[in-house]
Design a protein around this ligand. Structure first.
Ligand SMILES: [Zn+2]
Length: 289
């Protein structure tokens, strides 16, 4: 099984040319793609989809999706500007994704892992029942098969269309990760811009190692909500990855161009007992060789 995309989705804004949201430079898509969806001038990180994450992080052709049969259900018959079921259908058609999370088995630098990524283009990467279930599945497979778990999270938070059912996913994913931790299997969490609400209040914040992309907005409630609620001027750079690194919430900020390499290094350090497809060193040959 591979990716089940009906069509390719481009998160990076369309056309041959695009304008960097960081430095306003006009860039060709090719130049941006060459540096994995970042700005070659200022290092701004564009949002990228789960498919690109797979291409950038995993060994070529190693990804095998699972949990794609877990499909969304409109338990509450939620009606916003349109019925939730219609919104889901439209989003699925637009993005070519079945839901906001994709999970599966894969390899990174020869190491077997379980990988998952959220897609911000699918209803803001929001966590409803399906996202919660797929992340939980990922943690369970990682535990059963003793593979390290790697999740890339970007999300606006819990999916309000699913009410309390979406909030339950916070507890569910946390329990699954707790069990993974008890089994001694490492979990690396990568936070991409933005990573907020119920996702950062649950599985995204529970990594044994938490990495973040530069400039990523990371927090529970947004800065504007906090500033209005407590009527205080917030410090500069509040809730950005750099601020959170300074305050000990994350372990390291890693530019996307170095992410695979750094994760590989983390895996090497923390998975001595975890199954690896890497060739084992040759047993010593002749004495003295
Ligand atoms: Zn730029």
């Amino acid at each position: 099984m591979g990716w089940k995309f009906r069509k390719k989705k481009k998160d990076i804004p369309g056309g041959v040319w695009l304008k960097c949201q960081g430095c306003n430079t006009m860039l060709t898509r090719k130049k941006v793609e060459e540096v994995l969806g970042t700005c070659p001038e200022c290092g701004f990180h564009f949002k990228i989809d789960g498919r690109r994450r797979v291409d950038q992080l995993l060994d070529e052709g190693s990804f095998e999706e699972f949990g794609s049969d877990v499909a969304p259900v409109d338990h509450l018959q939620f009606f916003d500007k349109e019925p939730y079921t219609e919104k889901l259908k439209k989003t699925q058609d637009k993005t070519g994704l079945s839901e906001a999370a994709t999970v599966g088995r894969g390899r990174l630098d020869g190491r077997d892992i379980v990988f998952g990524a959220l897609d911000f283009s699918f209803m803001g990467g929001s966590m409803g029942v399906v996202v919660g279930e797929r992340i939980t599945l990922a943690a369970e497979v990682a535990r059963e098969e003793q593979r390290a778990l790697l999740l890339v999270a970007t999300s606006g938070g819990a999916r309000m269309h699913e009410g309390a059912l979406s909030l339950m996913q916070m507890a569910k994913t946390s329990v699954a990760l707790g069990r993974l931790g008890e089994a001694g299997i490492p979990y690396i969490s990568v936070l991409a811009d933005p990573c907020t609400g119920g996702v950062i209040a649950s599985f995204a914040a529970l990594g044994d190692i938490i990495l973040a992309e530069p400039g990523a907005l990371i927090g529970f409630a947004g800065p504007r909500v906090i500033a209005t609620t407590i009527r205080t001027k917030l410090p500069e750079g509040f809730q950005r990855a750099e601020f959170l690194l300074e305050h000990g919430f994350i372990d390291r900020i890693v530019p996307r161009t170095r992410l695979r390499q750094e994760i590989s290094c983390c895996l090497r350090y923390c998975t001595p007992g975890v199954r690896s497809a890497e060739p084992q060193p040759e047993p010593a040959g002749e004495p003295g060789s």
